[in-house]
Design a protein around this ligand. Structure first.
Ligand SMILES: [Zn+2]
Length: 571
């Protein structure tokens, strides 16, 4: 018996070590691990070492995929941890030197972070870590119409929940004086000009590749107009880059660099009325803050030319721009334009609604940050745009939670079951079939139970089924209530095993999310409410615990006003 335990433990750690190091386990590391684990059980190194050596030798003879398969069977939670290391296959960054890589995540503080932000921030953060570099959190808050005080903190909380930390944090709006100086330099050099054409005229000119009348004035005149624009903050003119109005890349047709926005800024108040556009602010900030490898999504590709042109003209250092495809999840749009109206009209409860791919929505339905991380890595950083199903996030989450989540009984559409001669017992049932650390609960049973109507519908009078983990019963009558009799304890092959509650139950609702959008339209059936009875033991859960309701799915439980509500994560 004791040798078996050593062998079993040795096998797990030998497989783990082998999977980590390309199929070859190092006996010394495995011995160390096994001694550490088994010491408390009174095993001596003298007993352990020869067994580990022989197990390691056997494991090292196996091909790697067999090792992975065996580890998955023996200890799936360990395999997932190892995979995290193994799947770390982010491609090398071009011209990257250890210790010198600087990345940044630049959210606009205008809303809750969603899964697309998660991808960007995780990639930026991980690259900085891989290269022992620096990771900057920069709030790109140069549009006072969008920036909102509350979201600076909200976004930081969302990132912290994801497990992301940063070495430096700042707000672009604090650098506005620097931006003004650089704008002035561009004007003096004749590389930017004040344009007071209407937006329609500007649009027309861009469309037809025609320069406007403002472009020809001297740089001195433009400088005067610039100073006037800043001091008066009067709308009616913009600062434009002198690009090339006939360029095939329309982004180069004299893009706007600064415009007047007459709105109080959450941090700067009314100090400034002239604000840089993303084209200008993004390029300047990446350069002056020392970012070496800024990532952006592919839709900015056409603007790259402008990015480098501005830096060129200002003789500023040019980072290596990196691009990846945007993350699209089928039926779960991330754009505020689509989500906000649904919140405003009450179709969606808020930004933490479980149908949304916001980090708060995902958290609420019990998706772990680690699952999001693994999902992001599984998608890689290719430039090829694709739409994936949310099932990928669910499957990453399921692998993480399955072996560590307590299991309970929940009966939807309950129907009363009377078992006439049922023994009255106190039955202790484990909360997980394998993981004993998750404990057990003791249920006192009499002759009244509740089971699911759907299960009963599939059975006939005379059929025997098993109340899961309890005993067998034989149906004797079906009607408003189901009548049955006790039919022994022994497991019967192929008989249905059905979850149940006693008459000491908790009445609760579980909300199940479905696709929020179908064919680009809001799906009015996207939130399903399932009512049912849960066994009393769920009242012992920790706040916000994810549990598995057997034969139903993973559900995050939340206590609101003394009542337990469930949010469905996945099957
Ligand atoms: Zn003009």
């Amino acid at each position: 018996m004791s040798t078996e335990k050593i062998k079993y433990t040795a096998k797990i750690y030998a497989l783990q070590n082998a999977v980590m190091f390309d199929g070859k386990a190092n006996p010394k590391s495995v011995i160390g691990k096994v001694i550490g684990v088994l010491r408390k059980d009174g095993f001596s190194p003298k007993e352990i070492i020869p067994i580990v050596n022989s197990v390691v030798a056997d494991v090292n003879k196996m091909p790697l995929d067999q090792q992975v398969a065996d580890l998955e069977k023996l200890a799936p939670e360990i395999l997932i941890k190892e995979k995290k290391v193994r799947d770390f296959s982010l491609p090398d960054l071009p011209d990257a030197e250890k210790g010198k890589v600087v990345t940044r995540f630049p959210p606009e503080p205008n809303g809750y972070l969603h899964i697309g932000h998660a991808k960007a921030s995780i990639v930026d953060y991980e690259y900085a870590k891989i290269y022992d570099g620096k990771f900057i959190l920069r709030f790109d808050d140069t549009n006072p119409e969008n920036a909102q005080t509350e979201f600076y903190d909200v976004q930081k909380e969302d990132l912290q929940w994801l497990g992301i930390s940063w070495d430096e944090e700042y707000c672009t709006s604090n650098n506005l004086q620097k931006h003004y100086k650089l704008a002035e330099q561009l004007i003096q050099q004749g590389d930017a000009y004040i344009c007071n054409c209407t937006s329609d005229v500007i649009k027309e000119g861009r469309f037809h590749g025609k320069e406007c009348k403002c472009r020809v004035c001297s740089s001195g005149e433009h400088l005067d107009s610039w100073h006037e624009m800043i001091s008066s903050s009067k709308d009616g003119c913009v600062l434009r880059l002198k690009g090339d109005m006939t360029c095939d890349n329309t982004a180069m047709r004299d893009p706007t660099l600064f415009r007047v926005i007459e709105k109080t800024h959450p941090l700067q108040g009314d100090k400034y009325g002239v604000w840089p556009t993303y084209d200008f602010a993004g390029a300047i900030e990446d350069s002056i803050s020392g970012v070496t490898h800024p990532f952006r999504t592919k839709e900015y590709e056409l603007r790259d030319e402008c990015y480098f042109y501005i830096l060129d003209k200002l003789k500023l250092r040019k980072p290596i721009l990196m691009e990846f495809a945007r993350l699209n999840i089928d039926g779960m749009p991330v754009s505020k334009r689509k989500i906000k109206p649904l919140i405003d009209n009450g179709s969606v409860t808020g930004y933490d609604d479980i149908r949304l791919p916001t980090l708060r929505g995902l958290k609420k339905r019990g998706i772990l940050p680690e699952a999001i991380r693994q999902f992001v890595f599984s998608q890689g950083i290719s430039k090829v745009e694709s739409t994936v199903t949310f099932g990928l996030v669910e499957s990453a989450n399921r692998k993480l939670v399955d072996s560590v989540t307590r299991r309970y009984f929940f009966v939807k559409n309950p129907v009363k079951l009377i078992v006439v001669n049922a023994p009255c017992i106190k039955k202790t049932i484990n909360l997980h079939p394998i993981n004993r650390d998750l404990g057990s609960r003791t249920i006192k049973t009499g002759n009244t139970f509740f089971v699911q109507q759907e299960d009963i519908d599939k059975l006939d009078i005379g059929d025997i089924f098993r109340l899961k983990d309890l005993f067998n019963v034989k149906i004797t009558g079906k009607g408003k209530e189901v009548k049955a009799e006790y039919a022994g304890d022994e497991l019967i092959a192929r008989s249905a095993k059905i979850q149940w509650t006693t008459d000491d139950y908790i009445d609760m609702n579980v909300f199940v999310p479905h696709l929020l959008f179908k064919n680009e339209n809001f799906n009015p059936d996207s939130l399903e409410k399932i009512s049912g009875f849960a066994e009393k033991a769920v009242t012992d859960i920790k706040a916000d615990e994810l549990v598995q309701f057997e034969r139903f799915g993973f559900v995050r439980l939340e206590t609101q006003k003394g009542k337990i509500t469930g949010f469905f994560a996945h099957k």
